[in-house]
Design a protein around this ligand. Structure first.
Ligand code: UTP
Length: 290
C-alpha cells in the first residue's frame, strides 16, 4: 500500500528555547535560510507524501502564512527580475496539499496526533515531529515507508544516543533483524534509571503508524510530565503487534534545544552554496582563539 499522508505535530510550547519562542513557533526557526518545518515538509514530499496535516495552536498562524502564496512578494520579485528568489518562494506553496487543525489544549504529542484521526481515516501514515530536522541523501521518511512495505508493521525511526540523552527521549527494546533494521517489542518514555532503560536506542522524530494507533490513543493515560505520550501508545502497539525500527541514514538535528539549533545552522551552513566558503574561513579563524 502506498503511504501518502503525513502528520506534523507543531503545537508544543517550545519552553526549552524561550524567549525565542514567546511569539515565534520553534518550527519556524531558520536553519540558514529556511524554517525548520520547510525541511520537514520537503523530506515528506521527497518520500512520496502528498497530503500533510500540521497540528498547530494559537500563535502558529505564521506557519500557515509560510506555506501560502504571497502575491505581493511574488509581484515585487517579478518586477525586480529576481528569478531565483521567485522560484524559491513559489516552490513552497506547490510542495503538497497542506491542511491544518488546532490542538486546543497542549496535552502532549500523543494527544496532538489523535487530532489527526478524521484526516487519516483507515490508512497507515507517517508522523514527522515538527522540531526534528533530518538531513541526508535518502529521506528518513522514505526509509521508514519502505520498511512498512516490507514488514507490514508500524515503523520507528531510531538512533543510538548517550545515557544522558535517553533520559529525555525514549528507550526501545530492540533486536537486530539485519543491517539497520530491528524488531521492537517494547519501549519506555524518559527512563530515569538504568533499570528502566531497555537500550540506548531512541525514537528520533519519525514514525510510520497503522490507523489502529487512534483506538489505542483514546485510552492512553497521561504519562511522563503529565502529558499523553505517543510513546506510551506505541509501546502498547509494540507489545501487542510488534513494530519495526530503522536506524535511518540521515543526521538528525534537535531544533527543540539551543545547542541543536546552533549545530544545524553550522553544519547546513558549511554545505550551503552561498555561505559555505565564508563560514569555513570564519570558523577556522575563530577556532584559533578558542
Ligand atoms: P516536544 O515535547 O519537544 O515539544 O514535542 P515542546 O512541548 O514544545 O517542548 P518544550 O516545551 O521545549 O519541552 C515534540 C513535537 O511535538 C509537538 C511539538 O510542537 C514538537 O514538534 N507537540 C508537543 C505538540 O504538537 N503538542 C503537544 O502537546 C506537545
Amino acid at each position: 500500500m502506498k503511504i501518502t499522508k503525513a502528520v506534523i505535530p507543531a503545537a508544543g510550547l517550545g519552553t526549552r528555547i524561550l524567549p525565542a519562542t514567546k511569539a515565534m513557533p520553534k518550527e519556524m526557526l531558520p536553519i540558514v535560510d529556511k524554517p525548520a518545518i520547510q525541511y520537514i515538509v520537503e523530506e515528506a514530499v521527497a518520500a512520496g507524501i502528498t497530503d500533510i496535516l500540521i497540528i498547530t495552536n494559537r500563535g502558529k498562524g505564521v506557519i500557515e502564512d509560510h506555506f501560502d502564496r504571497s502575491h505581493g512578494l511574488e509581484d515585487a520579485l517579478k518586477k525586480g527580475n529576481k528569478t531565483d528568489l521567485l522560484e524559491s518562494i513559489e516552490h513552497i506553496h506547490k510542495l503538497a496539499n497542506i491542511h491544518y487543525i488546532r490542538q486546543i489544549e497542549t496535552k502532549g504529542l500523543g494527544h496532538a496526533v489523535s487530532r489527526a484521526k478524521t484526516f487519516i481515516g483507515n490508512d497507515p501514515f507517517a508522523v514527522l515531529y515538527g522540531d526534528d530536522v533530518i538531513i541526508g541523501d535518502i529521506p528518513a521518511t522514505k526509509e521508514l515507508i519502505d520498511a512498512y512495505g516490507t514488514y507490514g508493521k508500524g515503523v520507528l525511526g531510531i538512533k543510538a544516543v548517550s545515557e544522558e540523552a535517553i533520559k529525555k527521549y525514549s528507550s526501545l527494546k530492540v533486536e537486530n533483524i539485519s543491517g539497520n533494521i530491528f524488531k521492537c517489542t517494547d519501549m519506555v518514555e524518559k527512563p530515569q534509571t538504568k533499570e528502566e532503560m531497555f537500550s540506548l536506542y531512541s525514537i528520533l522524530g519519525r514514525v510510520v503508524l497503522p490507523p489502529e494507533i487512534f483506538d489505542i490513543l483514546e485510552h492512553t493515560k497521561p504519562g511522563a510530565g503529565g502529558e499523553i505520550q505517543l510513546t506510551d501508545a506505541m509501546a502498547e502497539l509494540a507489545r501487542t503487534c510488534g513494530m519495526t525500527a530503522v536506524d535511518f541514514s540521515g543526521k538528525r538535528y534537535d531544533m527543540g534545544n539551543k545547542l541543536g539549533i546552533l549545530q544545524a545552522n553550522i553544519e547546513v551552513g558549511l554545505k550551503h552554496k552561498e555561505v559555505a566558503d565564508g563560514l569555513r574561513e570564519y570558523i577556522k579563524e575563530l577556532a584559533k582563539t578558542l
